[in-house]
Write a protein that binds this ligand. Structure first.
Ligand SMILES: N[C@@H](CCC(=O)N[C@@H](CS)C(=O)NCC(=O)O)C(=O)O
Length: 203
C-alpha cells in the first residue's frame, strides 16, 4: 500500500492526520509530490490518479483510491482503533453530516480564497480574484458559525474527537497560507484548536 501526498495541502493533510491519530503513519509506504512544481501532472502519476489530485492511496492489488474521505474510510476499516468515523450507523451519520459541512462550508471557500488569491497558486490556477473574495467571505462566515457551535461542546461532531475535527484542523492549517488564524473574537474556535493541538494527529 502506498500513499501519495503533498505538504501544505489540506486534503492530503486530512489523511496524514487521520493516520497519525491512529498511530499508523509509519505503516504505509509514502511518496510526497510538490503540487506547486506540478509534480502531480506527470503521465506516471495520472496512472495512479487520473484527475491529477492528491491524496491517492494505491492498494497492494494496484487499485487506487483518490478521494480523501474514501481513503479515510478504507483506513478506518483497516485500523479500527481509535474509531474516528462512528461506532454505529447513527453516530456515523452525525459525524458524516459535520464532516461534510466542514468540507463544503469551510474547506472549500478556504481553497477558493487561497487558490484564487495567493501568488503561489498562479502555477496551478487561472486565478479569478472575485472567487478569492467570495471564498474569504464564506470562510469567515463559517468560522463565526463554528465558534458559536463550539460554545456548547468540545468537538465539532459532538462529545468526542472525530474525522470532522481533522477536516476542520486541516482547513485551519491551510488558512495560514492567507495568514489567518482565529482571533480573540472567536474564543471557542481557539480553545478547540488548542485541544486538537494536544492530540497525536497534530504532532
Ligand atoms: N476530492 C478530492 C480533492 C483533492 C484535491 O483537491 N487535492 C488538491 C490538494 S488539497 C490537489 O491535488 N490539487 C492539485 C491541483 O489542483 O492541481 C479529495 O478530497 O481527495
Amino acid at each position: 500500500m502506498k500513499l501519495y501526498h503533498a505538504r501544505f495541502a489540506p486534503n492530503p493533510e486530512r489523511v496524514l492526520m487521520f493516520l497519525k491519530e491512529k498511530g499508523k503513519a509509519d505503516q504505509l509506504e509514502m511518496e510526497e509530490l510538490n503540487i506547486i512544481e506540478n509534480e502531480h501532472k506527470t503521465d506516471a502519476f495520472r496512472e495512479v490518479s487520473p484527475l491529477s489530485q492528491l491524496p491517492a492511496l494505491k492498494l497492494d492489488d494496484g487499485r487506487c483510491l483518490t478521494e480523501s474521505r474514501a481513503i479515510c474510510r478504507y483506513l478506518e476499516g483497516l485500523y479500527p482503533d481509535p474509531n474516528l468515523m462512528g461506532a454505529d450507523d447513527e453516530e456515523a451519520a452525525f459525524i458524516e453530516m459535520w464532516d461534510r459541512r466542514v468540507e463544503m462550508m469551510w474547506l472549500l471557500p478556504m481553497a477558493w480564497w487561497a487558490r484564487h488569491g495567493h501568488p503561489a497558486f498562479t502555477a496551478i490556477e487561472s486565478q479569478i480574484p472575485d472567487l478569492s473574495a467570495r471564498g474569504e467571505k464564506g470562510f469567515l462566515k463559517t468560522a463565526k458559525w463554528l465558534d458559536g457551535e463550539l460554545a456548547g461542546r468540545d468537538w465539532i461532531a459532538g462529545e468526542r474527537f472525530t474525522i470532522a475535527d481533522i477536516t476542520a484542523f486541516a482547513t485551519l492549517g491551510f488558512a495560514r497560507v492567507m495568514k489567518w488564524k482565529p482571533g480573540e473574537d472567536l474564543p471557542n474556535l481557539r480553545a478547540w484548536r488548542d485541544r486538537v493541538m494536544e492530540r497525536p494527529c497534530a504532532a
